[in-house]
Write a protein that binds this ligand. Structure first.
Ligand code: 26V
Length: 800
């Protein structure tokens, strides 16, 4: 790596000149960014080769993390930090008149994901490399990541995201490792040495070309790989309509989550899933074969993890390879497969559980379908032996039923480990959603509470706080996050808390000026920054938050002297393009913002900000500036949440329901240091099972609630007409599926308590300090160690 600033400057300027053929003075910031990126990649290439070489020859187990999403965000700053050269580069660049921060901002986020599930995959890659574990990601190189969001007249408008237009300096195309993936066609049976065998004929072939991205561990020699597959036309297509074939082929890696409201879209999604799985398995097995003679020992050297059910076809695909290509008998192949594969469940929401209709699945993947049918038949036969005559029970557990394939059932039956992502979520899986399977396979189920990489979310995102922490307890926390616990001793240290308060203030000012520059809105940095940023979904209840703001507005209108600490409510959220209800909530947030921010009296006390196009890089600015972290999902619905952990680590206090990892955050910090409220998950599940909730009761018996609900439709918001009827109906006609009204009743007083708490600064920062000090547990380093020990059987491989 670079020995000195002078050496860095020399190499950097040379690089810039070579790449663009102009004088340094004439280069643009974007060109400087690309030159620096390229330089960093070249600098690590020796380590990357070394790591690959080591993994190729060390005969140690490797894990492959298959995920349809990797929400990486920006790479430059993180890579510099992990290489331990960020400060050197920053100073050297400053000396030649370049701001590193400005260069970093040139990088477009790699937004190959929606939310928590994809960001978790990205955090895991960072922890794997930083812990010297041989673990690699396998995903799809979508040409367009999650859409760019514009807010026009309060409505969300989606634009195609364009992260690749200026090229991606972090990727290397590996055309020599391209593999073929087959769709459509037919299965032909034939005899070979008296065995019945199958082959796939008349298939359409798509070429999968890998693009590899280096994943650099924090101050280690390990450089792991994220392999993203690009779909390309096979070189010599035999199809009649070559243009159509080319178009359809490239569509496979064009968009993350293509619209699947019609059959064509559904087919495309299924194609993506098989494409990811087939290409990844082919390449995993190719590299395995370089070290080992046959596949009978695969599970000893390879672990394949499936992130949710999207890559679940890895199970029948591995069976296909073992049985059809390797001629391994079914039972042995099944043992190898189940010992190789493990699965994480990320949601219990039934609408999110994948089910593929047979008429879509079978023609696209004819051989895979046969294998799924065979797995199903054998499984049902086993069930019959245990639950003889209990048809309902067997039907409930079957993999294929009423013409649909249940992907979660396939995942459970075909893997040796099934984990939930927070304690309560795993308990709900075991005792409710997946209870039938838990009874059958109790040892397969386990919990792995999520985590986040404290390097990106604290060290990189919040240098001010990181410096304060390091000044107080030394820098050991960076590699051993549990060390943060030592901050506990500073909870009553006046000077520490004052500095913590100054850091927070500084970060609030940075965010405020960003908001001012983008929207012209001036926000009061002495106000409480109350933040809810996450996907927009009914169960996450952004609506509860908005109704509370409307309530505060009403109170202040009624009594301008109403005693309340000034508040800035910040939202950031994307709604899935076809999800009309979620889009209405965005419109409502913006409508309330408009009303509140333009009221001459109220706007001195309350402000509402909707931050457009929420994404990883914006999260890195918002989270350090947050006082109150809003985590108010209907209990039992949020599998874990990971935003909650990022906020905690940055000293925000959580205001949340007893859901997902909020519960574990509460256990870690103690109930004096978190604000919890609302229905418990048992109460919610009990209502769903036995009824008894009537939202109209809450509406009729509580004037403040009635008032805000009525305001959705009574002309309170000028010129909105019937705009919010859908929301109004969800609350009163559909009986408020997510218990917004009932929990609003508890949310109002707990928010008052938060306001009072914030007023007592010393106490508030005591709580804040304790939150940071207990956040080490929520590092993905801890989570990944648990996966490595408990599921994958993985150990460190040191690279020189
Ligand atoms: C997807 C969909 C798509 C269709 C409409 C309804 C719906 C509802 C939920 C989902 C989520 C799918 C899986 C997912 O992203 N789960 C998230 O995973 C995070 C990482 O484990 C976890 O922290 C979040 O609680 C969980 O929602």
């Amino acid at each position: 790596m670079f020995q000195s600033k002078e050496q860095f400057k020399l190499i950097f300027l040379q690089k810039l000149q070579m790449m663009y053929g102009k004088r340094f003075e004439d280069t643009t910031v974007s060109e400087q960014y690309h030159a620096l990126g390229q330089l960093v990649r070249e600098q690590i290439s020796a380590q990357w080769i070394e790591t690959n070489e080591k993994h190729r020859t060390c005969k140690r187990k490797q894990v492959y993390y298959l995920s349809i999403e990797f929400l990486l965000g920006r790479m430059l700053g993180n890579n510099l930090l992990n290489l331990g050269i960020r400060d050197l580069c920053e100073e050297a660049l400053r000396e030649i008149g370049i701001s590193l921060v400005e260069l970093e901002e040139c990088e477009i986020d790699a937004g190959l994901g929606n939310g928590g599930l994809g960001r978790l995959a990205a955090c895991f890659l960072d922890s794997l490399a930083s812990l010297n574990l041989p673990g690699h990601g396998c995903g799809i190189r979508y040409k367009h990541g999650l859409f760019d969001q514009k807010i026009v007249n309060g409505y969300q408008v989606e634009l195609p995201e364009q992260w690749l237009t200026h090229g991606n300096v972090w990727e290397v195309r590996r055309a020599d490792e391209a593999v073929d993936v087959k769709f459509w066609g037919e299965v032909e049976a034939y005899r070979e040495n008296d065995h019945l065998k199958f082959r796939h004929i008349g298939a359409e072939t798509i070429t999968a070309v890998p693009y590899d991205m280096p994943i650099i561990g924090y101050k280690t020699s390990t450089v792991n790989t994220l392999r993203l597959w690009n779909a390309e036309a096979a070189p010599y297509p035999t199809h009649k309509n070559v243009l159509q074939y080319k178009r359809e082929t490239e569509a496979v890696s064009e968009f993350l989550y293509p619209d699947d409201t019609n059959d064509e879209g559904k087919i495309l999604r299924l194609k993506q899933q098989y494409f990811l799985v087939a290409a990844s398995l082919r390449s995993i097995i190719n590299s395995y074969r370089k070290q080992y003679p046959d596949l009978s020992t695969l599970y000893q050297y390879v672990a394949i993890h499936i992130n949710d059910t999207h890559p679940v076809l890895a199970i029948p695909e591995l069976m296909r390879i073992l049985v059809d290509e390797e001629s391994i008998p079914w039972d042995e192949a099944w043992e190898i497969t189940t010992k190789t594969i493990s699965y994480t469940n990320h949601t219990t929401l039934s609408e999110a559980l994948e089910r593929w209709p047979v008429p879509i699945f079978k023609p696209l993947l004819p051989r895979i379908f046969m294998i799924v049918e065979e797995i199903n038949e054998r499984f049902c036969r086993e069930l019959w032996d245990i639950y003889t005559g209990e048809w309902d029970h067997i039907e409930r557990m079957a993999l294929i039923s009423h013409g649909v394939i249940r992907m979660a059932h396939l995942a459970i039956v075909g893997s040796h480990s099934i984990n939930g992502v927070a304690k309560i979520h795993t308990e709900i899986l075991k005792h409710r959603e997946m209870n039938d399977f838990y009874v059958l396979f109790p040892n397969r189920f386990n919990n792995k509470t999520n985590g986040i990489t404290h390097r990106r979310w604290l060290l990189k995102a919040n240098p001010q706080l990181s410096t304060l922490i390091t000044d107080s307890i030394g820098e050991k926390w960076i590699t051993e996050p549990e060390e943060l616990r030592r901050l506990e001793h500073f909870a009553d240290n006046y000077s520490f808390k004052e500095q913590l308060m100054n850091v927070k203030q500084k970060r609030k000012e940075i965010l405020a000026s960003r908001i001012y520059n983008q929207t012209g809105l001036k926000i009061d940095t002495q106000s409480i920054f109350d933040v809810q940023v996450k996907r927009l979904h009914a169960y996450k209840r952004q609506l509860l938050n908005v109704l509370h703001i409307m309530h505060l507005y009403n109170k202040l209108k009624e009594n301008p002297n109403y005693d309340i600490h000034p508040r800035t409510f910040i939202f950031g959220a994307k709604a899935s393009p076809g999800y009309h209800y979620a889009k209405k909530i965005i419109k409502l947030i913006n409508t309330v913002a408009d009303k509140v921010n333009h009221d001459p009296v109220i706007s001195n006390i309350l402000k509402v900000v909707f931050i457009e196009n929420y994404r990883v890089s914006i999260a890195e600015e918002i989270i350090p500036a947050t006082d109150v972290s809003i985590q108010i999902s209907t209990a039992s619905k949020e599998a874990s949440g990971t935003g909650n952990m990022k906020f905690m680590m940055n000293g925000a206090l959580t205001l949340g329901t007893l859901d997902g990892a909020n519960i574990e955050i509460g256990d870690a910090v103690g109930k004096e240091n978190i604000y919890t409220f609302g229905l418990t998950s048992d109460e919610v599940l009990n209502y769903y099972e036995n009824g008894g909730y009537r939202s109209t009761d809450y509406y009729h018996h509580n004037k403040p609630i009635q008032m805000v609900v009525d305001q959705l439709v009574n002309g309170f918001f000028p010129k909105t007409g019937t705009e919010f009827e859908l929301i109004y109906d969800s609350l009163l006609v559909q009986n408020d599926e997510f218990f917004v009204l009932k929990d609003l009743l508890a949310y109002i007083p707990i928010q008052q308590e938060v306001g009072r708490g914030y007023g007592k600064k010393s106490d508030w920062y005591r709580k804040s300090t304790l939150n940071i000090s207990k956040s080490g547990y929520f590092s993905s380093d801890r989570t990944i160690k648990e996966y490595a020990d408990g599921i994958w059987g993985l150990s460190k491989v040191l690279v020189k």
